[in-house]
Ligand binder design. Structure first.
Ligand code: NI
Length: 192
């Protein structure tokens, strides 16, 4: 089922999410909602708080492999439950990011270049992905942040924060106002 997205200004995006204690039918339903919603929005990844749940789970679509032009492939959406980044390289790089909860806003953010990650799959089995260093590494770090109430705009350099401060305040205010309308404010207001 495709769920409405939570937008910038919604308190759930600033919540530290709770671990999933047991993989119940409810958790499986949420996993499917993450997959359906990220697919519907053609997203790279999506975290549970972005569809209204304060739980430590997300879905990732982007591959760590790239085509000849350097663009990442999409893979089958994979759900990560209680994910942990077990290693992050000291070396960092800058890549452009966006977020379904802050539509049409892209900017470069610095993060560790390479990571290892561990998580449970929807069957409750532990799996790991190692030496991720392209877009999937980037996407997983972005989604991990969502589980701790952190947005990519929080990781802007000082000059970027300064440059976008006013625009972001306006956006947050607009989203907060729109949230009083039931459903997806962007669809209803023709903003999307
Ligand atoms: Ni995001």
């Amino acid at each position: 089922m495709i769920k409405n997205l939570s937008y910038f200004g919604d308190p759930i995006l600033r919540t530290k999410c709770k671990p999933v204690e047991k993989i119940t039918d409810e958790i499986l339903k949420i996993a499917q909602e993450l997959v359906d919603t990220v697919t519907a929005h053609n997203g790279s990844g999506l975290a549970a708080p972005q569809i209204g749940y304060d739980l430590r789970m997300f879905v990732v679509v982007l591959s760590d492999q790239v085509d000849k032009s350097g663009n990442p492939y999409d893979e089958e959406p994979k759900v990560f439950i209680n994910p942990v980044i077990t290693r992050a390289s000291k070396e960092k790089n800058l890549k452009s990011e966006g977020c379904l909860s802050i539509p049409n806003f892209y900017e470069e953010v610095e993060r560790p270049r390479e990571i290892d990650v561990e998580a449970l799959d929807i069957n409750g089995n532990l799996f790991s992905e190692k030496k991720l260093h392209r877009w999937r590494a980037r996407c997983i770090q972005h989604e991990m942040d969502h589980l701790d109430g952190i947005l990519f705009i929080d990781r802007f350099s000082e000059p970027l924060k300064h440059r976008h401060n006013q625009a972001l305040q306006l956006l947050e205010m607009r989203f907060k106002q729109a949230r009083t309308i039931q459903g997806d404010p962007f669809k209803q207001k023709g903003l999307k």
